[in-house]
Design a binder for this molecule. Structure first.
Ligand SMILES: C[S@@+](CC[C@H](N)C(=O)[O-])C[C@H]1O[C@@H](n2cnc3c(N)ncnc32)[C@H](O)[C@@H]1O
Length: 306
């Protein structure tokens, strides 16, 4: 797909470039904030799976320059290197690795965070079950990390894909947070299973010990808490525990914001001359998978064989 064709077919992609966001995802976080007022009073943030950095850009813009922002701190973590963003400490690391948690706590000087978010998505293999499993493990790692760094009353927001066991996840989250809502911002395509869990009011139960355990499954992590597990009775009948259903909210101004599944002609909707030409991305990828091929092409070492 050519750049200008993508500009027409994806209004948020184009708007991101016009407004200086590194990715269209910025609009998803901004629309979630519009609905839930997520950034109010927030000074310490951990942005997990943050590259190329549009969420961190939005957080930096919303948090700094406001009252009490002098000691504000944003840490952005990703496997990929990230170009610098004002007021953001970037960390190239794996969120599933225990050392990453240590580094975040070190940056915060032992203080806890008000807000942890994760827009994580692993590379897709195409094997559906494996992809679903890896995504679930990534969410679990983000949640485990959040429980270790969030202060009581803090907020956790994460991307999820509404699959088979999503109600089990809601049950698990409700065990740790006062309020769990599933939200779909307008910038997220309706055709995608993607949505965001917004968990407000971190309230670890007495006896709950937050820890990062990359070696366990979600079910093992919550073992012993009686959340949504099927119980096998002596007479071999099975009691399914009641599963939670989280309220589902569509957000982003339904009249004012764009529909991410619609195609908008470029030059009719926008009057500026800039909007007629195709814009370059705000931030070129720092370590794209095709980097080596580009270097080889530049040196004339790339041969195409038929
Ligand atoms: C959709 S992108 C995030 C976009 C970002 N929120 C933004 O606004 O620019 C998903 C990111 O998850 C990162 N990721 C996947 N697995 C990870 C892991 N185990 N640790 C850290 N980052 C990870 C990928 O490198 C990728 O950059």
């Amino acid at each position: 797909m050519g750049k200008s064709s993508k500009d027409k077919r994806d209004i948020y992609y184009r708007k991101a470039k016009e407004q200086g966001w590194r990715a269209r995802s910025a609009f998803k976080l901004l629309q979630l904030n519009e609905e839930f007022d997520l950034f109010k009073g927030v000074t310490r943030v951990v942005d997990l799976c943050a590259a190329p950095g549009s969420w961190s850009q939005a957080l930096s813009k919303e948090i700094f320059g406001k009252p009490h922002s002098d000691d504000a701190r944003i840490v952005a973590v990703d496997l990929q290197p990230m170009s610098p963003i004002d007021h953001v400490t970037t960390l190239q690391a794996d969120i599933t690795h225990p050392k990453t948690l240590e580094k975040i706590l070190e940056i915060f000087g032992g203080e806890k965070a008000d807000f942890v978010c994760s827009d994580g998505a692993p590379d897709v293999t195409g094997l559906h079950d494996l992809d679903e499993y890896i995504q679930a493990q990534l969410i679990l790692s983000a949640l485990q990390l959040a429980t270790c760094v969030l202060k009581v009353g803090g907020t956790f927001v994460a991307k999820v894909f509404r699959g088979r066991d999503i109600d089990l996840l809601y049950g698990q989250l409700s065990y740790l947070f006062d309020k769990v809502i599933c939200a779909k911002p307008r910038a997220s395509r309706s055709s995608s299973l993607e949505s965001f869990i917004v968990c407000i009011g971190y309230r670890p139960r007495p006896g709950w010990k937050p820890e990062l355990r990359p070696d366990v499954s979600t079910e093992e992590f919550f073992q012993g808490m009686g959340i949504g597990r099927a119980k096998l009775n002596d007479d071999l009948s099975v009691d399914d525990e009641e599963r939670k259903i989280a309220p589902f909210i569509a957000c982003g101004d339904l009249n004012g914001s764009y529909d991410s599944d619609a195609t908008y002609p470029i030059d009719k909707k926008d009057a500026s001359s800039d909007s007629k030409k195709s814009l370059d991305p705000v931030q070129m990828p720092t370590a794209p998978p095709y980097k080596k091929a580009l270097e080889m092409k530049r040196k004339g070492e790339l041969r195409v064989t038929k």
